[in-house]
Design a protein around this ligand. Sequence first.
Ligand SMILES: Nc1nc2c(c(=O)[nH]1)N[C@H]1C(S)=C(S)[C@@H](COP(=O)(O)O)O[C@H]1N2
Ligand SMILES: [Mo]
Length: 336
Amino acid sequence: MLIKSNSRGAAREVEVTPEAVYRQRRLIVQGALAGLAGAALPLVSRAQAGRYPGVEPGSPASWFEGHLDQARWEAVTAEGEMLTPYRDASSYNNFYEFGPDKGDPARLAGRMQVDPWSVQVDGEVARPGRYALEDLFSEAQMEERIYRLRCVEGWSMVVPWLGFPLADLIRRLAPSSGARYVRFETLLRPEEMPGVRGRFSLIEWPYVEGLRLDEALHPLSFLAVGMYGRVLPNQNGAPLRLVVPWKYGFKSIKSIVRISFVRDQPATTWERMAPHEYGFFANVNPQVSHPRWSQARERRLPGSLFSPNLRDTQLFNGYAEEVASLYAGMDLRRHY
Ligand SMILES: Nc1nc2c(c(=O)[nH]1)N[C@H]1C(S)=C(S)[C@@H](COP(=O)(O)O)O[C@H]1N2
Ligand SMILES: [Mo]
């Protein structure tokens, strides 16, 4: 259905490309892009190496490599938009467990132990238990999703995630009829996380996020284990993080250790800490301002002081066509 890279014209698929390839290709096609069928253009090599030039592969677990061979690339793209360079996406982060500054996660998350990793599944579900990460995904086919990520702070990126639709996992776990929400929890390991040891932290740990079950089952909801053709760097939420592209970035919880199927709307970290800011839904909406700033525009990374690269923020972060029906009948100015 919605998840077709070229549903709106075959040429679109190739418009989002790795930056180096993009420049090279622009020379080749010279503005003829819009008129060409996607298949006529040279696609980026399907091999991992060279797909994202200059991106180090990291040291992936063997199960990850196995899935990479079968990966479906560019399953969804952000049409016509350039990827944020890997160095920006992996060095400008929010991961408060490692500290409040944008550079803290890249500097400090390396000490987080991510292998082995297991996820506890509980609540209203037919197959509860503690699953090793590789078992959780043993039957899944990895795919690439190029999504916009819009932080509530007013900046945004375009990131090529690698992973699996959340719905695939949920269906395998088989929630019971009592399950109305999915609750996610991040690792809490103070020895490895200087940010949770800070005495001045206002956040109650562990970090918790949640989705309504129908949101979680939406084909755009995604569990990422990699990005830019490689395993996730720790600062981006290794080894498993949620990506919900139509919601503010804080919903996309990192380093998940627990997935619970629950009857009642879970109390989530940001809603508890700052209920006057955004609520449980936190759908991107340019018309609903933060108490201290407008959300009408956003700064697309990398940008600079002289060229902040501003653009208009779109309702549901540009995914309205796909997700608006989830909120039919809801007043988006009140339920945010
Ligand atoms: N556990 C946890 N998950 C988190 C956060 C966090 O502090 N802790 N920050 C959120 C916020 S505010 C954003 S914008 C995104 C940033 O993801 P990125 O660093 O991969 O761009 O992660 C989200 N997930
Ligand atoms: Mo954010």
